[in-house]
Write a protein that binds this ligand. Structure first.
Ligand code: 13P
Ligand code: SF4
Length: 301
């Protein structure tokens, strides 16, 4: 029996579902029951009846699903798949900032460890950050860990004092303005679709800025025929499938999150068979980290 058939059989036998982020390899997106951006996947896990979730993504994603659904078994094909940015903030610095600004709201991008979430007031994702920050009553906002998404929010939500942290996504932040300008010269009719984790020089020269799901949706609904994409190459799979007559150019051949690519069909089969690689979060830590995640789900409605 081939891998795909075995996966299907085990899913039924074990009452399991497969979640995948858009940066996973195409063949993993193909067999997943739910594919989406970070917000969709975090929300979806609360709506399903199945008791086992095989989460194809990076650590903070599987961890968030476990924190929000402690009764579920969350398995990850590769437990070493981590997001470098998830660790780029400091709990001591957060405490210092709270002393300095008594009304401070610590807004934590979901791409963060459970320890950083515990120290925060509310989580956000790239698809709801603007909405959530503008709905907060606090004037002073410390946005962690992503300085680029923080800057994007600061520029859009003018009535807040958004204080930035210096973390970033190494995959998105390495793209330079020069590379985009060259691409634009080569494809003058193309629209530029960008993830807000990119640097300012990229965001400023873009036609649309949004989460992975927003970028995919924009490409589908737009009457334009050509697009320059400034995010990880995994989004090409749904964009090409849904728009065979449109052209997509990536600003670099190397727009790859290596950790996301650790999710493979063989590893999915392995965890479904053995139930190894279960995600565990310390009970006290999970309880505290659930609060900012729950607040996100409430404020994003
Ligand atoms: P999205 O929430 O847009 O899917 O982004 C997650 C991510 O890790 C981007 O690098
Ligand atoms: Fe983290 Fe960047 Fe990979 Fe997204 S692309 S998971 S932010 S390292």
């Amino acid at each position: 029996m081939d891998v795909l058939k075995k996966i299907e059989q085990l899913k039924k036998q074990k009452n399991a579902v497969i979640f995948a982020h858009f940066y996973c390899p195409g063949e993993v997106q193909e067999i997943a029951d739910y594919v989406g951006d970070s917000y969709f996947l975090a929300k979806k896990a609360k709506e399903i009846d199945e008791k086992t979730v095989v989460f194809c993504g990076v650590n903070f994603m599987g961890e968030s699903v476990k924190i929000l659904n402690p009764e579920k078994k969350v398995l990850m094909p590769d437990l070493t798949a981590d997001c470098a940015m998830a660790h780029m903030a400091d709990v001591k610095k957060i405490e210092k900032m709270r002393e300095e600004y008594p009304d401070l709201a610590v807004v934590c991008y979901i791409n963060s460890s459970a320890e950083l979430k515990r120290a925060s007031d509310v989580c956000v994702t790239s698809s709801n950050a603007l909405k959530i920050v503008s709905r907060l009553e606090n004037k002073n906002i410390f946005f962690i860990p992503d300085g680029n998404l923080g800057r994007f929010v600061k520029e859009k939500v003018k009535d807040k004092n958004v204080i930035l942290n210096d973390g970033c996504c190494p995959v998105h932040a390495k793209i330079e303005g020069e590379q985009l300008l060259k691409m634009k010269e080569a494809h003058p009719d193309a629209l530029v679709l960008t993830h807000p984790e990119c640097r300012e020089e990229i965001v400023k020269n873009s036609d649309f800025i949004g989460s992975t799901a927003d970028i995919i949706k924009f490409a589908k609904e737009s009457s334009a025929k050509e697009f320059i994409i400034c995010t990880e190459e995994g989004v090409f799979y749904p964009m090409q499938r849904d728009n065979p007559d449109k052209k997509f150019y990536f600003v670099t051949d190397d727009f790859i999150c290596k950790d996301m690519k650790l999710n493979t069909l063989d590893k999915i089969l392995h965890v479904l068979t053995t139930e190894e690689n279960e995600v565990f979060v310390d009970e006290e830590l999970a309880k505290a980290a659930m609060k900012p995640l729950d607040k996100m789900l409430e404020l994003a409605k």
